[in-house]
Design a protein. Structure first.
Length: 313
């Protein structure tokens, strides 16, 4: 394996034109994922690729480079990662798209339950510690649990003690989401290390939405120079081995809209889901300084200073 093809592409970028996208485009390896490539994804990939290739030529280890495409779940990571892989392949450079969504510690149903458990246990304990727990609070909270509205901030006016409950639960949830308590960074870091070391074949995990939908495939990477990890947490401090993090900026509102279009779950607009998306967005923002390419929601390439101005403005 060598990186000569990427270096050659980098030296000839002035004459580069995007390849056709009207045929089949191989997507990532998440079972059942729905990738819907539209003009906005193509435009963003066309902006990213000429910036990415010179970085890939500089960062390659043993002829290989790992790229992550991160951002909120509604920003088009799957689509843009698939397009970038397609562009590399069209230039004669082997590329594979790896979905980080195969590497949580629990299947979605159990992870959703764990998120709820963490939020509610911490919220309940917060009420006790603050000295505002009572029999009437217990009865009201039980009803909110049944209605799944206990995370709704609009109810704080009617129940002032709910602010203590929600703030305590949110803090505990933030200490769980995207960490090594939720995601299997150890396995992913091992995969990226194997790839950098030149492994020609790696066993990669597949995870569906039910307990029996877990398995491994032996993936031939012998002709692969570029590994693209598409994942919300692709710029996390827990992740090791990413050479070029790419951040696609988004808002929680855009994320919810995209989740609806992809039928990710049946509670897309719930207050709890909104809280999860806000926490994930805050973590993306905290790690944004590490990204080597940042794309605005509207598709412009941003410096980190421009990104900060946009987020704070």
């Amino acid at each position: 394996m060598n990186i000569d093809a990427i270096q050659k592409l980098a030296s000839g970028l002035s004459g580069w034109t995007p390849p056709r996208t009207d045929g089949p485009i191989p997507q990532g390896d998440m079972p059942g994922d729905k990738v819907q490539i539209g003009p906005e994804h193509i435009a963003k990939a066309n902006t990213i690729f000429p910036l990415l290739v010179p970085l890939a030529a500089e960062c390659a280890h043993n002829g290989r480079v790992v790229i992550s495409v991160c951002g909120g779940s509604g920003v088009g990571k799957s689509e843009i990662a698939s397009l970038l892989s397609h562009y590399f392949r069209s230039a004669g450079i082997g590329s594979y798209t790896l979905s980080g969504d195969n590497y949580p510690l629990r299947i979605p149903m159990y992870n959703d339950a764990e998120r709820n458990r963490i939020f509610r246990v911490a919220g309940l304990r917060g009420l006790v510690d603050a000295g505002v727990y009572s029999a009437s609070v217990r009865e009201t909270l039980s009803g909110l649990w049944q209605q799944e509205t206990d995370a709704d901030p609009a109810l704080r006016t009617a129940y002032p003690w709910l602010a203590v409950y929600q703030d305590s639960g949110r803090a505990a949830l933030a200490a769980y989401l995207g960490t090594d308590l939720e995601q299997d960074y150890k396995e992913l870091n091992g995969i990226l290390s194997e790839f950098h070391a030149g492994a020609e074949s790696i066993w990669l995990k597949r995870m569906g939405r039910t307990e029996d939908a877990r398995w491994y495939d032996a993936v031939d990477l012998s002709d692969t120079n570029v590994l693209i990890l598409e994942w919300t947490h692709g710029n996390s401090d827990f992740l090791r081995g990413v050479d070029i993090p790419i951040l696609l900026n988004s808002t929680p509102e855009q994320t919810r809209a995209h989740r609806r279009s992809r039928s990710r779950d049946g509670k897309t607009d719930s207050a709890f889901t909104t809280m999860v998306l806000e926490i994930e967005q805050a973590e993306l923002d905290r790690c944004a300084h590490k990204a080597k390419i940042i794309l605005a929601k509207t598709g412009e390439n941003l410096t980190y200073a421009q990104y900060r101005a946009e987020m704070e403005g």
